[in-house]
Design a protein around this ligand. Structure first.
Ligand code: NAY
Length: 295
């Protein structure tokens, strides 16, 4: 589908000073990102802290993002949850709210079989009339999508693609080959956006995009124009910034950097680590680097 192309920001969730979801701040962030030219938003994923929120809070965040997007870009709702029941409730809500697609991580904690994960994803996908993007992120869920399970899932046309968050672009290419040209691949690691695109990703979904949307928009523009060397230079510049982000608590850093760009989304939710005074210099340097790069 032409709908899901390019730069899709895994956006932060926004809280007020008391830590409650702030629909107003979510809307502000949504506008900030869309006005920078991104191609879509992914709500409630890893960066979006969806798994640290109640079902009701997740609905609030999604509704605010969809409302502010005003139909300008597609909004993908991450509805992954520990229980199939919660996933279904969120999926049904996402469809009503106007999301363009669903996505979900594998269920985790108990250590499920491929069969159980397949049933979970299928039940969620079948509960709404929306396309479904598998969120393959074995490092955090402990579950790794196999070609065998993918083959079974592909029998259901609801499964339109995979967000592949592994270091292997080979794996990405192999999944794409199984699904065929119209089966969408979403690059997970932001530091490999260009590599992912070259190996067959149709788009990227990433959290660090939020602090420097201009750079990813620029990277995508260079790549789609066939200017690989220019694209490489943008990716290298991005990676210099991401490397510094990875040296501090990344989700908290991302929120602080987004705040410095004008949108206060509050703190990350516990138990995600917060920034401390010890990180101040690194954050200042990061902010300066981003300002210089997006100028
Ligand atoms: C999501 O759901 O938030 C994402 O798609 C973001 C993917 C991020 N990966 C994780 C595990 O959070 O943006 C990346 C990642 O933070 C970045 O590549 C730095 O490694």
């Amino acid at each position: 589908s032409e709908k899901f192309k390019g730069v899709i920001v895994a956006m932060n969730s926004c809280y007020d000073a008391e830590g409650r979801v702030s629909p107003a701040a979510v809307k502000k962030l949504t506008r900030f990102l869309i006005d920078k030219g991104v191609n879509g938003l992914y709500v409630g994923g890893s960066t979006g802290e969806g798994l640290l929120q109640s079902v009701e809070e997740r609905k609030l965040v999604l509704e605010a993002a969809i409302e502010a997007s005003a139909g300008e870009v597609p909004i993908i709702a991450h509805v992954g949850a520990l229980s199939t029941q919660d996933g279904i409730e969120l999926a049904v809500h996402a469809e009503k709210a106007g999301a363009a697609a669903l996505s979900a991580v594998a269920p985790f904690y108990y250590g499920y079989s491929e069969e159980a994960v397949g049933r979970h994803w299928s039940a969620i996908a079948d509960s709404a009339d929306l396309p479904f993007i598998i969120y393959h992120i074995p490092a955090t869920t402990g579950f790794s999508l196999t070609k065998g399970l993918l083959k079974q899932l592909l029998a259901n046309p609801k499964f339109i693609g995979i967000k592949t968050t592994t270091a292997s672009t080979y794996e990405l290419q192999q999944f794409k080959a199984m699904g065929g040209e119209s089966f969408l691949m979403f690059n997970g690691p932001d530091e490999q956006y260009l590599a992912g695109r070259i190996m067959g990703a149709d788009a990227g979904i990433g959290g660090t995009y939020g602090a420097m949307p201009e750079l990813f928009v620029q990277l995508e523009k260079q790549y789609s124009a066939g200017r690989i060397e220019a694209a490489r230079q943008v990716q290298f510049r991005i990676n210099d910034i991401i490397t510094d982000m990875l040296a501090v608590p990344i989700y908290a850093a991302l929120k602080e950097l987004v705040r410095r760009r004008g949108v206060d989304c509050g703190d990350v939710r516990a138990p995600l680590p917060k920034l401390s005074a010890a990180h101040a210099e690194q954050i200042d340097a990061l902010h300066a680097k981003i300002e210089l790069a997006v100028r």
